[in-house]
Design a protein around this ligand. Structure first.
Ligand SMILES: [Zn+2]
Ligand SMILES: [Zn+2]
Length: 469
């Protein structure tokens, strides 16, 4: 429990026990560290089996299927478990209730050094929880050649590193992780080891592995920080996966970029892949997966030094403990969020209605634009800010060019140190300050000494500038 909750490495815990017995360094202890670690590993595995309810199954632990040790999210839609009959036939404006939100991302901190081997250290339950079945996955990766992906969105460093991310000395350079985006539970079979940067081959495999555990008719909203590139050839890429994992049909889906990440993308990504503009996305932000990475952060150092099997068992224990904690905490967490959401929804609606009342002549046209764009992204995007004509910098450049031309023709300047364009810019600046002063007077109701001082200072500055002008 210290390891799962506090991320204390087994070695540190064991050493602390020794030191509690004798901290003088005089006493020699019998070395039970190895035996202790075997016990920890076994205990953690049995806990996972217990939480997954394997003892209620006739086939027991041996009959555990792929991913079955990962506790599924009770808040996500699961037909035949928590959905009403006929859920797939609801009206379009209620369909969002049955959206499945998934988040995919890579964690490059979860590396593993080139030590031990699959033969020397097989996992107790690799493939039964968060990790995908290892043997078939590794066999598939042998068939994948280096993928050179050209990113059309220049800010994406992950892709640029696809083939260059240093891998010397490492058997694994990171992990590709998939969780449910709204509740942050690790998906069944939702983790795969990476060998070189963020290759699509790995991520597509992880994605397909997760889809196997969900109903094809559920509409999927998939959040990924490189969704703009990944989604381009997704269906093509999925077709090239081996038959045991390849989905026949992935059904309807949207790809989006997490809300914080989307602003580092070039236009039109911030609008086309925005969760804010996707009907039915609610306030999902897609960033929850970063919290999952933050949770495993402290165990990176210890799992890096483990053999392949033990690392899988140890990380599975962390993720599935995380899932368990999420489920246990859902009641209170959802209650608090619901109370907050109801209040905020009411306020937002009132503001929206007030705003709409003030724009009766425009509302109709705007609504039509929004609906058209939501149905077809090739229609004009109502959320993109149009480019507004000429900028001040453009004008400055034009004036400077004119002056340079006159100078080259030998035309003398009117003033020795200030040229015509600088004079105009100074005049415009002066006008702006005048307006600021006027606004200050107009918007101030109570004149405290501070307010009076501010105005006096503003006026004095104006007088100086006017004199200079
Ligand atoms: Zn969920
Ligand atoms: Zn982009």
């Amino acid at each position: 429990m210290q390891n799962l909750q506090g991320k204390i490495a087994g070695y540190d815990f064991y050493s602390a026990l020794e030191k509690l017995t004798d901290n003088s360094g005089l006493k020699k202890f019998k070395d039970c560290y190895k035996a202790f670690m075997h016990m920890v590993r076994e205990w953690q595995f049995l806990k996972m089996v217990k939480r997954a309810g394997r003892s209620h199954s006739r086939t027991g632990i041996k009959g555990t299927g792929p991913g079955e040790l990962a506790i599924i999210c009770p808040a996500c839609p699961h037909p035949n478990i928590n959905l009403p009959e006929g859920w797939e036939n609801v009206s379009p404006d209620e369909r969002f209730i049955y959206f499945l939100f998934l988040a995919i991302d890579t964690c490059f901190r979860l590396k593993r050094c080139l030590i031990s081997s699959e033969k020397k250290d097989p996992g107790l339950g690799t493939g039964l929880g968060s990790f995908i079945e290892d043997k078939k996955y590794r066999k598939y990766l042998l068939t994948v050649t280096d993928q050179r992906e050209i990113s059309s969105c220049t800010s994406l460093s992950a892709l640029d590193h696809t083939n260059t991310k240093f891998s010397t000395g490492y058997a694994t350079t990171g992990t590709g992780v998939c969780c449910c985006a709204r509740h942050e539970l690790i998906e069944r079979g939702g983790v795969g080891d990476l060998q070189k940067g963020e290759r699509y081959a790995n991520m597509d495999y992880v994605f397909s592995s997760v889809l196997r555990h969900h109903h094809v008719k559920l509409h999927k909203v998939v959040s990924y920080n490189i969704a703009c590139q990944w989604s381009k050839n997704l269906l093509e890429h999925l077709k090239s996966l081996p038959s045991h994992i390849r989905p026949d049909n992935i059904g309807s889906y949207n790809t989006v970029i997490p809300k914080l990440h989307v602003f580092s993308h070039n236009p039109p990504c911030p609008t086309d892949f925005s969760l804010n503009y996707l009907p039915g996305a609610g306030r999902t932000d897609g960033e929850g997966i970063e919290r999952v990475h933050a949770m495993t952060g402290p165990v990176c150092a210890s799992t890096k030094q483990m053999g392949p099997g033990y690392r899988h068992d140890a990380l599975d224990a962390q993720w599935l403990f995380w899932n368990w904690q999420k489920v246990v905490g859902m009641g209170l967490a959802f209650y608090k969020k619901l109370v907050k959401a109801l209040l905020k929804a009411k306020l937002t609606r009132e503001e929206f209605e007030r705003f709409s009342e003030q724009q009766p002549e425009r509302i109709h046209e705007w609504e039509e634009m929004v609906v058209a764009w939501e149905g077809d992204h090739t229609q004009p995007n109502p959320y993109t800010i149009p480019k507004s004509g000429v900028t001040e910098a453009d004008v400055k450049l034009l004036l400077a060019q004119n002056e340079a031309q006159l100078a080259s023709q030998g035309v003398p300047t009117v003033h020795e140190t200030v040229n015509a364009s600088a004079f105009i810019v100074a005049g415009l600046g002066l006008q702006e300050h005048q307006r600021k002063a006027a606004h200050h007077v107009k918007s101030t109701n109570i004149w405290t000494p501070t307010q009076k001082t501010e105005l006096l200072e503003l006026r004095t500055r104006l007088h100086h500038e006017l004199a200079r002008f």
